[in-house]
Structures are given as C-alpha cells and as structure tokens.
Design a protein around this ligand. Structure first.
Ligand SMILES: Nc1nc2c(c(=O)[nH]1)N[C@H]1C(S)=C(S)[C@@H](COP(=O)(O)O)O[C@H]1N2
Ligand SMILES: [Mo]
Length: 527
C-alpha cells in the first residue's frame, strides 16, 4: 500500500487530500505538455507551412470525414461560426485527453510518453492526409512532440521530486519547484504560440498581395442598376450584398493566402491545347462585369446563404473553346490551392450564360474569404458545383471519370438552383400594430428568372405581391405585399413562380442532396 511506502508525516499541515493534489497537478502537467507541443508545432508550421499545423490538419480531417447529417447540423446551428466551433471542439477534446494523460504520467512517466507518441502519430497521419501535403509538413508535429516530451519530463520530474520528498522535506519548497517548472513551461508554450501567430500575421502574403493588385476597369461594364430593383422596404436584404455581409461557406479552416506573383492557373485534361496563365496574363484577356446572385445548396428554406454582387472577371467559355474540348467530355473539374475540387457540367459553362473566372467583387479585388485572387462563378448553379474559390487549375473530363469533393460525399453532380423565395420582413415572431403591415423579401430562380410572387395569410387566398424590377434572370428579385393586418397570431407564407411558369413547390425537402424546397413561412403577432 502506498501509505506504507510514503507514510504521511505527522507534521503535515492540513491541506487538500492527496488524490486532489494529484489530479490538479496532473491537470497542470497534461495541459502544459499539450500546450508546449502545440505551441511549438504552431510556430514551426508558421515558418514552413501554416496548413501543416496539426490542429488545423485534424480539424480538416474532421470536416472531410464528418457524415452529412453532422455537417448539415453544424451549418444550421453555427452558420459562419462552424469553423470556430469545430476548432473549439478539437481543442476541448485535446485538453480533456491531455488532463487524463497528465494524471497518468504522474503515476507512470511512460504512460504520458506513450500518450504523446500516440498524439504525434495522429498528427502525422492527419497532416500527411491533407491535400497537397509534402513530407516536410510533418516537421511541426515532430518538433512539437520533442518539445512536449521535454516539457513532460521536466514537469513530471519536478512533480516526482515533490512526491518523493513530501515526507522528508518542507512542502513549500517542492511546490515551488513544481510551480517554477510549470511557469517555465507555460512561458515557453505561450511564447512559441504567440511568435507563431505573429509570424502568421506577418507572412499573410495574401493580404499584402491583394493590397497590391490593381484590377483594370472592365472592357464590358455592367449597365447601371436601376433604382427600381429595390422595393425600398426596410428590413429587406439590400439588392447588392456588401462584401463584408456576403455569406461564406467553405471547408477552409484558415483562409488560403495566395500571392498573385506566384499564382498560376492551368487548364488541362481532355483538351487539344492545354495552357496556363499568370494573373496578369488572365487579366489581359479583358474583363466583363456582371451582377450575379450566388447561393449555397446548404441553405435551408428561408436561410441566409445567398447574396448578390457585381462581379468582374474573364469569360470562361471562350477559354475552353480555344483550348479545344475533345469529344465526349462533360465535366470541368476545378481545383483550389487548398485542395478543394468542384465539378461543373461543361454544358452549363458553354450554353451562353456568363460563366466567369471572377477577379473582383463589388469593385474590389476578391476578398480573401471569397477566393482571392480568382474564383469561378457559374450563374444558375449552386456554389458547390460552380463557384470554386482560390482557383488554381481546371481539367476537362467526364462525370464518369471523376467525382469531385461533394459528389464523393453524396451530393448531386449537377445542381441547378431551385426556385425559391424568402420573407425578410416582418421577422419571425414580430409584433406589429393592426393596420397596414409591409411584408417583403426576395425570390430567386437564377437562369430562369422570377415572374410572380404570391403571399398567403393563414389559410386565405394567395395574393400577388408587387415585384421590384428584375434586370436579369441571374439575379434575385425583391417583392412587397401590403397587408391590412387584423389582431391575432398569423402565419405568413410566400411562394414564387419562375419564368418557365412553374410555381415553387410546397414539398419540403432538406438541402441534401441537391437543394432545399418548400415554402418559407413566418409567424407574427398583430396587436
Ligand atoms: N475552394 C473552395 N471553393 C468553394 C468552396 C469550398 O469549400 N472551397 N465552397 C463552395 C460553396 S459550397 C459555396 S456555396 C460557395 C460560397 O462562396 P462564398 O463563400 O464566396 O459565398 O463557394 C464554393 N467554392
Ligand atoms: Mo454551398
């Protein structure tokens, strides 16, 4: 029994029970060991390749492996914060395991070391499994593991000294030793992480490159938007979505930092004349400017993942034609710098719509989050089949020959935007005074265009809403309905009709696998 080996000294001052001390100490040992390992790994990753940070790599693996319902839940529940939530989850799990290992390490050093080795193995596997990984990417994990081992030995060593000495030496001194070791390790971990962050910010090549980029004025500017595209109703999404409000959906845990000086776009696969462009070379083709509404297949009925911007870019169809598409091909596979693949039906690009290699959004170079320096944009298709951000290569092939990222995960290979409408105002559960109440929102059916929007109050008849102007079928349309509201709780519903005459279906469908359907409704209280 341990009490035989380490008898409690009679002089021991009353204090917390031994088991609690062990747990607290184990907690400190575990967290500081993990902190040192991750801090050093972060620093080394910042120096060689930010994407080789093991936490980011594990997070990336989680994103890629997460089953569809989990992803859908994350997008629904956390929206644009899904990545922060994911990283917080990874860190919490790591911290929890680290604490358990820390307590174990206090008993047996080799349990702690084995735990560290297991984490290093996990880190190496995750890092090497990332797209575009190279062997040097394991350096952050390896140096992190070495630093973690050193921290563990120092901390366990001092903790050991403390435990052995507990019976014979003054407690205070030994606790001091432990605290000194802990403080030293904490400082090392904190310094490594902070320097890593600073280097990361300093080497934000994408930010600097974007600041230097000059986008020439479009050779074919978009006609000015008439004021009548706006229904002039407070609470309706602005017709053009400001860049900082534009929704963001992607799998990138850190925003890719691309330097236009080294960036290249290649076109290959089943074409007669493969070729590549520098950024300047691409711009030299001349820019067109277009107002286009983009939305995400993951958008729920009534959801926020839609926006409209004035884009400028190079027309994609002529580029493909010049390259000479071989017979029998039906897919263009786009690849981004961080390894995303997006498959677009060639037909959609070549049928006369303005598919773009976009370089500017609302008069600025593309924001980093939206794909700087170049992204694809295909009007009428959901983003996951037509809007590859941080584009770096395009390859002509067939849908039989290659499944792109989302198709590998069960999403539809071809995904034209479905006709939909949304009530922007009143907000759900709003309270309004009886009398005139303005109901308004947006409707969209890119490529076809919206020709009617109707509103239904409770189970009453469908009434025509007034449509604001719709200059192009590739744009959403604002609508307004003036309602003479009577007191009570009411349900408001909206449905749209597209230019093919098809009325938006009331059949509820989830976003998976090719876009949500159903009527958006909202409940309000009239007093
Ligand atoms: N490289 C890359 N491009 C991507 C994605 C991604 O995850 N990675 N997501 C796609 C999806 S699902 C959508 S809806 C649009 C969103 O574009 P936005 O973030 O600029 O709004 O980008 C598309 N392009
Ligand atoms: Mo999307």
């Amino acid at each position: 029994m341990s009490t035989d080996i380490e008898p409690r000294p009679a002089t021991r001052r009353p204090g917390p029970p031994r088991s609690i001390i062990t747990v607290v100490r184990g907690l400190i040992v575990g967290l500081l060991t993990a902190g040192t390992a991750l801090g050093v790994a972060h620093l080394v990753a910042a120096l060689i390749n930010p994407a080789a940070d093991p936490v980011l790599a594990v997070g990336g693996v989680v994103i890629d492996l997460a089953p569809q319902p989990v992803k859908a839940f994350a997008i629904r529940a956390f929206g644009a914060h899904d990545k922060i939530v994911l990283l917080a989850g990874v860190y919490s799990l790591l911290a929890l395991t680290a604490v358990v290992l820390g307590v174990a390490a206090l008993r047996r050093r080799r349990h702690g070391l084995a735990g560290l080795a297991a984490f290093a193995a996990l880190g190496v596997t995750a890092v090497l499994s990332r797209p575009n990984a190279t062997p040097v990417d394991i350096l952050p994990v390896l140096t992190g593991a070495v630093a973690g081992t050193a921290a563990l030995l120092v901390l366990v060593g001092s903790a050991r000294t403390l435990a052995i000495a507990a019976s014979s030496r003054p407690r205070l001194l030994n606790r001091r030793q432990f605290l000194a070791a802990a403080a030293g390790t904490a400082l090392t971990a904190g310094a490594a992480a902070t320097i890593g962050q600073a280097i990361g910010r300093y080497s934000a090549v994408g930010e600097r490159s974007r600041a230097d980029v000059r986008i020439p004025p479009p050779a074919r500017p978009a006609p000015p938007l008439p004021a009548s595209v706006s229904a002039n109703v407070d609470g309706v999404s602005p017709f053009l979505t400001p860049n900082q409000d534009f929704y963001r959906v992607d799998t990138a845990l850190t925003v890719p930092q691309v330097d236009v000086k080294t960036w290249q776009l290649t076109l290959d696969g089943e074409v007669d004349r493969p070729r590549s462009w520098t950024f300047e070379g691409l711009l030299a083709r001349g820019l067109v400017e277009r107002d286009i509404t983009l939305n995400c297949v993951s958008n729920e009925v009534g959801g926020p993942y839609i926006g409209t911007a004035r884009w400028s870019g190079v027309l994609l169809a002529p580029i493909l034609r010049e390259a000479g598409i071989r017979p029998g091909q039906n897919q263009l596979v786009s690849r981004s710098v961080e390894g995303m693949t997006i498959g677009t039906p060639l037909e959609a690009i070549l049928d006369g719509r303005d598919a773009l290699l976009a370089v500017a959004m609302n008069g600025e170079p593309l924001p980093l989050e939206h794909g700087f320096p170049v992204r694809m944009l295909v009007p009428g298709l959901y983003g996951y089949v037509g809007a590859c951000k941080w584009l770096t290569s395009m390859s002509v092939s067939t849908f039989d020959a290659y499944d792109a990222y989302w198709v590998q995960r069960g999403w539809a290979a071809d995904a034209p935007v479905k006709t939909a409408s949304r009530i922007d105002t009143p907000k759900p559960f709003a309270q309004r005074a009886a009398g005139p109440v303005v109901i308004a929102g947006v409707a969209w059916a890119q490529r076809r265009g919206i020709t009617a929007v109707e509103v239904q109050i409770d189970d009453g008849p469908w009434r025509q809403a007034r449509l604001a102007e719709g200059p192009s079928p590739d744009l959403w349309r604002q609508w307004v309905y003036r309602w003479d509201a009577k007191p009570g709780n009411h349900t408001l519903r909206v449905r749209a009709t597209d230019a093919t005459g098809v009325v938006q279906t009331d059949q509820r469908a989830a976003p998976f696998p090719d876009g949500a359907t159903g009527w958006h409704s909202t409940t309000v209280t009239i007093t």
